[in-house]
Design a protein around this ligand. Structure first.
Ligand code: NAP
Length: 300
């Protein structure tokens, strides 16, 4: 039987609608508009596209969107001053500093200067610690999106064997924490893992966050397993015309879909969920800042 395709695009639209609904309620009942500030340093083209898309979707769900575009040569002191101003702005509930930062800026220092309760990316050391100890935190958007799709597809994932391939701070590690939080038995694999194929073959849930195009073949997948493909890799696609490219994930979609029970496509799987979860985190942060009930189902 062919795998169920987990439609991240449709799911993200549902999450955005839930966020928009909650924003309306916050405005009507409390006169509060959630605000998200995005800080971009430099002119990295991919980052500019992400920031534009984030700003557009923020406005579409009725929230206030603020963008700070800083010169690539901005000093650390000037960047920290912008963050300090946003930390103290009562109309801003979420702050995101677009990564990567230019080399002369200390990424850890910058991220850890964001007020943890406004850290909607969930990368501040306090939020990492809170997530690791099972306490209420801001949860990184991409793994949160993966968790939402897994919960939606399975109901409960308690007791399932999960393998996360990749141990980055932004995807692999928080993903593993979230799966553990939902009572999966979790293995984290990385570039030094021995016999990755055998590990993956035992998994009921495989999350691939590696950054290597189509690395996971279908014969690594346990029949019926759920495959969540976080990877976004651009390949040349001369068959589409000169200079054209196409996006592929970290799993070989066709061979994995032939064996898996469910799979996320690339594009249209995890990707759209990431910004939707950023909006969800901003509403959650706004509710927490105002001592109001959080929307249900929009956080871990
Ligand atoms: P990263 O920081 O480069 O981490 C990659 C991880 O993969 C590392 O832990 C690395 O192991 C591991 N790895 C590399 N080669 C491996 C191999 N042969 N076998 C097993 N593990 C291997 O990447 P990331 O930031 O987590 O991103 C991963 C992918 O997700 C990328 O394609 C990225 O574009 C995509 N992504 C997508 C979204 C989205 O919104 N959909 C968001 C973020 C990232 P070591 O630690 O041992 O080096």
């Amino acid at each position: 039987m062919p795998a169920t395709i987990i439609d991240g695009k449709a799911f993200a639209a549902k999450v955005r609608a839930q966020v928009a609904d909650h924003v309306t309620r916050l405005k009507d009942a409390h006169g509060i508009t959630p605000g998200l500030a995005v800080v971009l340093v430099g002119e990295d083209p991919a980052s500019q596209v992400y920031v534009r898309s984030k700003g557009k979707q923020t406005v579409e769900v009725g929230m206030k969107s603020v963008e700070h575009k800083l010169d690539a040569e901005t000093s650390e002191a000037d960047l920290l001053a912008v963050i300090d101003q946003l930390n103290n702005d009562p109309e801003i509930h979420g702050i995101l500093v677009q990564l990567p930062l230019p080399k002369h800026l200390d990424e850890d220092l910058v991220i850890n200067s964001i007020a943890p309760e406004k850290d909607v990316d969930g990368f501040h050391i306090s939020n990492v610690g809170l997530l690791g100890t099972g306490q209420k935190s801001m949860v990184p958007c991409t793994p949160l999106g993966c968790l939402m799709m897994l919960r939606d597809h399975h109901g409960s994932i308690s007791g399932m064997d999960a393998v996360v391939i990749g141990r980055s701070n932004i995807v692999g590690k928080p993903m593993a924490q979230l799966l553990l939080g939902d009572s999966c038995t979790v293995t984290i694999a990385h570039s030094r893992t021995k016999d990755l194929a055998e590990l993956v073959r035992r998994a009921d849930i495989v999350v691939a966050a590696v950054g290597r195009p189509q690395m996971v073949p279908g014969d690594w997948i346990k029949p019926g397993a759920t495959v969540i493909d976080v990877g976004i890799n651009r390949l040349d696609a001369p068959e589409r015309g000169e200079g054209k490219t196409r996006l592929v994930g970290d799993v070989d979609y066709d061979s994995c879909a032939a064996v898996a029970g469910a799979i996320t496509p690339v594009p249209g799987g995890v990707g759209p969920m990431t910004i939707a979860c950023l909006l969800a985190n901003t509403v959650t942060a706004c509710c927490r800042a105002n001592g109001l009930d959080e929307p249900e189902g929009l956080t871990a």
